[in-house]
Design a protein around this ligand. Structure first.
Ligand code: TXA
Ligand code: MG
Length: 310
């Protein structure tokens, strides 16, 4: 804990100097910077090699902080009460007097916001007088990081500091829900869509393609940059084979996402497994058919985009 406190202090120093810091969240690690600063947020785009038109998610400690920047509505409050802090992001209208840098929104009048539940990052946010813009801490189109080591692998010495919060518990990005007009899900993620639907008690649309061209909606994303084939029963001899559940007989090229068909556990292990396979230098990946329900839907969404790499 003592160590954590001094690391948080160090992180604040870097952030106050408009530097980027790697931060742990329950979904994936983020590449964070002061969302009110154009200098700081420009550095995020540069480090990630992210197209400028892709807006960033901004991370807040609580509603009080959020109210400075966004217009709040009833459905948002209902969802916030149930799911935040946690793995869900909301698209809201931005207030005219908001100090959020135009880099973050790409000049649009909407803002993606999130309240991460990871203790270390909440502790950090509580001590800042600005929110943190933080996309996933990976180079654009590549695999999202779920540990400090993963972030280091992405940016090496270009990033001065990464807070170590252990392995991300959810392991896939937050669910994004737009509350601008009729509520709709824009990205599947840490809270399954059917759960939100059940809670809200009305039909919730899922819009795969957003008008905003965003990394989460680009064709190739979440990719180890290795050829990847889906719904495979029999892999080739030298191909990495991803299984949904552990088999009695595991060959050296077999990798399982969960011990027993648990889709939540499988989602948690997805990016970790893809990164492991990449580091083992496999030239191609085959994936067993994954049930398309609950967290299986999220896994299939990410793998589908990764499979567009040729
Ligand atoms: O779990 C997460 O959400 C992680 C952690 C670090 O918080 N962050 C994350 O950020 O996944 P990123 O930048 O990798 O994905 C954010 C997605 C992008 O697809 C972006 O286009 C979309 O959110 N987005 C941001 N602002 C938006 C807006 N105003 N309207 C629609 N989509 C937006
Ligand atoms: Mg991302």
């Amino acid at each position: 804990m003592k160590n954590n406190l001094s690391n948080i202090k160090k992180a604040i120093k870097y952030l106050n100097k408009n530097e980027c810091v790697g931060i742990p969240t329950e979904t994936v690690y983020g590449l964070a910077a002061n969302a009110y600063s154009s200098i700081a947020t420009a550095k995020i785009f540069k480090l990630k090699k992210r197209p400028k038109k892709n807006p960033l998610i901004v991370h807040y400690f609580d509603l009080k902080m959020l109210e400075k920047d966004c217009k709040i509505n009833d459905i948002f409050l209902r969802l916030y009460k149930e799911y935040s802090p946690g793995p869900i992001s909301y698209i809201l209208k931005i207030k005219k007097k908001s100090l959020i840098s135009k880099n973050v929104t790409n000049n649009k009048n909407t803002l993606a916001v999130r309240f991460p539940s990871h203790k270390l990052t909440r502790n950090l946010l509580k001590q800042l007088n600005y929110p943190l813009a933080a996309p996933s801490a990976n180079i654009s189109t590549k695999i999202s990081p779920v540990s400090k080591k993963d972030v280091k692998e992405e940016f090496g010495k270009k990033l001065n500091m990464i807070l170590d919060g252990g392995q991300s518990k959810i392991g896939v990005e937050s669910t994004i829900i737009s509350l601008i007009n009729k509520p709709k899900v824009l990205r599947l993620g840490g809270i399954p869509k059917h759960q939100i639907k059940k809670y809200l008690k009305f039909n919730l649309a899922y819009q795969k393609k957003s008008k905003i061209k965003s990394p989460g909606q680009e064709k190739i994303h979440y990719s180890p940059h290795i050829k990847l084939r889906l719904n495979i029963k029999n892999p080739n001899k030298n191909e990495a084979f991803i299984l949904i559940k552990k088999r009695k007989k595991m060959n050296t090229n077999y990798f399982y996402l969960s011990k027993k068909n648990n889709l939540k556990e499988a989602a948690k292990n997805l990016y970790k497994t893809l990164r492991l396979i990449k580091n083992k230098k496999f030239k191609s990946i085959a994936v067993e058919k994954i049930p398309n329900k609950g967290f299986g839907e999220v896994i299939n969404d990410r793998l589908k985009r990764a499979s567009n790499f040729k």
